[in-house]
Ligand binder design. Structure first.
Ligand SMILES: [Zn+2]
Length: 350
């Protein structure tokens, strides 16, 4: 039962990890046991690999990576009602304390006690099987593949961001950043009703991919174009209704209000490890509404529905698939950030 283990910063190995059987693989009455099929490589997994930490979360002991997953139910707890052996599923990786105040208020994603896969000290799921609560495991329709299902987790961030923005039909938006999260946000904004979404980046190849996803996506190369000029030209000087910040770059975040219309909304998505400059005056004269998101809540079933109906197609975002036996190499490649790749996935042996 090999697992992909981050031993410490810059040190990955594919090896047996016996402790997991004792601690994390005990099946409770409302749990299911899942054989993992496809796991996406997330920027956070790569960051733990290359930096050994993300903000306050530090890898102090060997940790199994991976949190974007799909698989097949192989065993169900005695009280499980909605799932059965053989069901194809995707899993929401963060499990809150069901009795916490945040959970009771419906904001379970910001429960300080949430246990999230591959966030130290909680193990991820680049391993053959896992045990997960029925309540955070979602059955897949036949027309959603395991690869697409493993994209539900990043897509959930985009859908949550579009939900927080309160997109109205015909809104125009900017998404800063054409990484995986920027692209799922652009697609979510369109699915929510946006007429046009401008996507910015510094990398030409990423912008090419963005532009290929929909005729309603307008790529803006900020190495040669000034975003505010482009928006002023296209919007008759008024600005866009929504700006989504999905770069995590302080430089980009500094400019979020510039292309925004009066009364518009900014959604901060990209993680900022340090305090950043924020133009409060530009926000004030627009009476801008600013939303922050942390992961997502209540959107996994919606994402499954969106993929099944075809409202969003995530297949063009899956640019490379590796065999589990090559997963150390997959992470080395992911850490080099190849410009032509959006999402890399790992397939486990079945
Ligand atoms: Zn992720």
């Amino acid at each position: 039962m090999k697992s992909l283990v981050l031993e410490k910063k810059d040190d990955l190995s594919l090896r047996d990890f016996p402790a997991i059987d004792r601690v994390e693989e005990v099946l409770g009455a409302r749990d299911v046991r899942i054989k993992l099929h496809t796991v996406g490589i997330c920027g956070s997994d790569v960051h733990y690999y290359t930096h050994g930490r993300i903000g306050p979360f530090v890898v102090n002991a060997p940790m199994i990576l991976g949190h974007e997953a799909s698989g097949t139910v192989i065993e169900v707890g005695t009280d499980v009602a909605t799932l059965k052996e053989g069901d194809r599923v995707c899993m929401e990786p963060g499990i809150p304390d069901p009795n916490s105040k945040a959970t009771q208020l419906g904001m379970y994603n910001i429960d300080p006690a949430v246990r999230f896969w591959a966030t130290p000290p909680v193990h991820g799921i680049l391993r053959p099987t896992c045990v997960h609560p029925e309540a955070f495991t979602f059955k897949l329709p036949d027309n959603v593949s395991f690869a697409e299902a493993a994209m539900v987790e990043p897509l959930a961030v985009g859908v949550h961001a579009a939900t927080k923005a309160r997109v109205k039909p015909g809104d125009n938006a900017v998404v800063m950043g054409a990484g995986p999260i920027g692209l799922v946000t652009a697609l979510s904004a369109l699915a929510a009703g946006c007429a046009k979404v401008y996507v910015t980046d510094l990398a030409a190849k990423k912008l090419e991919i963005a532009g290929s996803l929909s005729p309603a996506i307008v790529p803006v190369d900020v190495t040669s174009q000034n975003l505010t000029d482009v928006i002023n030209r296209d919007m008759d000087g008024w600005g866009v209704d929504i700006v989504f910040e999905a770069t995590g770059s302080p430089h980009a975040a500094k400019t979020v209000f510039e292309p925004l219309c009066p009364g518009g909304c900014v959604v901060m998505i990209g993680g900022q490890p340090d305090p950043i400059q924020y133009d409060a005056g530009a926000a004030m004269i627009r009476e801008a509404r600013v939303e922050n998101i942390f992961r997502y809540a209540h959107v996994f079933p919606r994402c499954v529905g969106i993929l099944s109906s075809g409202a969003i197609d995530v297949k063009p975002l899956i640019t490379r698939t590796f065999d589990f036996s090559d997963s150390v190499q997959a992470f080395e490649i992911a850490a080099s950030a190849p410009p032509a790749d959006v999402k890399m996935q790992i397939e486990l042996p079945q």
